[in-house]
Design a protein around this ligand. Structure first.
Ligand code: ASP
Length: 309
């Protein structure tokens, strides 16, 4: 049997340990475990990395605990605008959507952009037209309503500030989601999905749907999904930077990921983390914040589910 592995994340950020109750912590870990096992099962049965990351991210989107799909944060207009992307390291095919609303699983729509359109990135109204053409069900606002997220928004709605889901000291709930996987054929893939930032306006888009910034996969090097302060991750072209360090400087997956998260992105004041996998199934999950919801499992059957350092 060939090496295969998967890693997932549910966001990185300021997580004050005392704010997290044991019950909540176990709910997070359970949600991570369910998504991890779903993705792992795809790989175990000989399925593709791209299917595994899509399946895992869909389950994270369905959980209200994470800032993606159902748990997405509120915009300044009291709506939800979601972003997602997916990339296949074997073919370098990619699909992405941003500023979409009412779609239960944005990562599925990103995959449809990749496979059923001539394009890579569809945004806003046009992306919604594409979804309707494919007969996507449009969920009403109630599906995405979460009391905690609404309270987060009410606290800052009359201000000009916007907030990263994981930037608040009071928050114990944050999380863009993502998955990376290496399948039995040695192909790798990455997927990322987010609701963005609380109280965001002006069509703000972060790094999550941007190929090369928040998401990237290339069989030559690695598959990456990021979480953190999107503006900095865009400027740092973080996901592609990890791949470049491997390709052009010969760094290992671990070295390249560490260099970007614990040095390069910090130099421009970016905070966050990433999950990474290479074609040998190695996994790296560095972050420069207090915590990152994360989980991984390799073909040896070893699972790791953690939140803090
Ligand atoms: N990177 C995401 C964004 O800026 C946020 C996050 O990771 O939670 O939209």
């Amino acid at each position: 049997m060939n090496t295969f592995s998967i890693a997932i994340h549910g966001g990185a950020g300021t997580l004050v340990k005392g704010m997290m109750t044991p019950e909540l912590e176990s709910r997070y870990k359970e949600a991570l475990k369910i998504a991890l096992e779903k993705g792992y099962a795809v790989l175990d049965k000989g399925g593709t990395a791209i299917d595994a990351v899509e399946e895992a991210v869909k389950l994270l989107e369905d959980s209200p605990l994470f800032n993606a799909g159902k748990g997405s944060v509120f915009t300044a207009n009291e709506t939800h605008e979601m972003d997602a992307s997916i990339m296949d390291g074997k073919t370098l095919n990619a699909g992405a959507v941003s500023l979409i609303s009412g779609i239960k699983n944005p990562v599925g729509l990103a995959r449809d952009v990749m496979e059923k359109s001539e394009h890579v990135f569809l945004a806003g109204e046009g992306a919604m037209q594409f979804a309707k053409q494919l007969d996507y069900k449009i969920e009403d606002a109630q599906y995405f309503y979460d009391e905690f997220r609404h309270k987060q928004w009410l606290e800052i709605k009359d201000t000009d500030s916007f907030q990263l889901d994981h930037a608040t000291k009071k928050d114990s709930k944050f999380g863009t989601v993502g998955a990376v996987a290496c399948d039995q054929e040695g192909n790798i893939a990455a997927a990322t999905s987010t609701g963005g930032m609380t109280n965001k306006k002006w069509g703000r888009v972060g790094d999550s749907p941007m190929i090369g910034a928040g998401n990237y996969a290339n069989n030559k090097t690695c598959a990456i999904s990021c979480t953190g302060s999107g503006e900095f991750f865009i400027r740092g072209v973080v996901a592609y930077d990890v791949a470049c360090l491997m390709e052009h400087k010969g760094l290992s997956l671990q070295e390249a990921s560490n260099e970007v998260i614990n040095k390069r992105i910090l130099e421009i004041n970016g905070d966050g983390g990433l999950i990474a996998v290479d074609v040998e199934g190695n996994i790296a999950m560095p972050f420069n914040t207090e915590g990152m919801y994360r989980a991984s499992k390799t073909f040896k059957g070893e699972a790791e589910i953690s939140i803090y350092k």
